[in-house]
Design a protein around this ligand. Sequence first.
Ligand code: ZN
Length: 324
Amino acid sequence: MNKNNSYNCFVCSADFKKIVERKDKYTYYKCEKCALVTIFPQPEDKIISEYYDGFLFKKPEDNEISSRKKIIDKDVDLIAKDIKNIKKENNLSLLDFGGGTGFYANSFYQHGYKVTLLDLDKQTCKYVKSKFPEINVICTNPMLNAINKKFDIIFCNQVIEHYKDSDKLLNTLHSLLNDNGLLIITTPNQQCREYWFRPTWVWDYIKLTSDNFLQRIKNTFKLLSDSWLCCDPPRHIYAFNKKNLSKLHKRNKLEVISVFTEYVTTQNYSLKQHRDFSFKRIQSVLKIIFNIYANLGISLLKFLDRKNNWGNNLVIFSSKEVKK
Ligand SMILES: [Zn+2]
């Protein structure tokens, strides 16, 4: 907190303005200049490490494994094509940073990359070693322990928003890249406008702010003008947008190659949602109606979004600047 009793944005130093309080101890803030969204107080390290102790590890059921593999293989086909447009060599080394249960890492391996997965969760690492023995696994906290290896490509999928110190994370990623190495970061997009068509998602965030009906209505209007969707402590500390994330990359000597957003119904860098139209029981009717609404609405939004700012998932490609 600064001397004016407000907080400063760590990306651009402008003041944060308060958006809304939650029922717990956290309050949402948004930077007046770069629109970074975060919470104060920031969760203590102890709370964060307790939260991650085995918590992230959601082991897929045996009957889900083959369908998940299939979906991710298809997505990685497209990601590998995007990589090939930038890095044409074969046999490249790839680090899946914070790679979780290893499905993306396995798929990259099938696409001919020499793959290493890094995760800090011991249970997760054990699972990957047993399921995908061909993947090299590093089980450590990369912010505390140095890793004496470098890679041609780093895939860092839905990770950066979890870290309190984004500069330190980008600096670490920079140090793990070979010269001209490629970094791919994905994260939820703060500028996302899909909330008009995903009411259950909005509800997940509104119910955390109040128990009072009128207050909840008021907060819904606040969310439509100053969205704090995706900022979800102690899990997600920040919600970034194209501009502030690019700025962070540049100041950590990562040259931005491209930055774009993807929509949740058609995205390839994270799992698609609202695509299930199967009828299993009577409650499925409601799900199908919601999913039709989401798909139609998001198609319209996509059509109107001429600058590609409003998708749910933000993807940024950058390369390690080499001193000349
Ligand atoms: Zn800012």
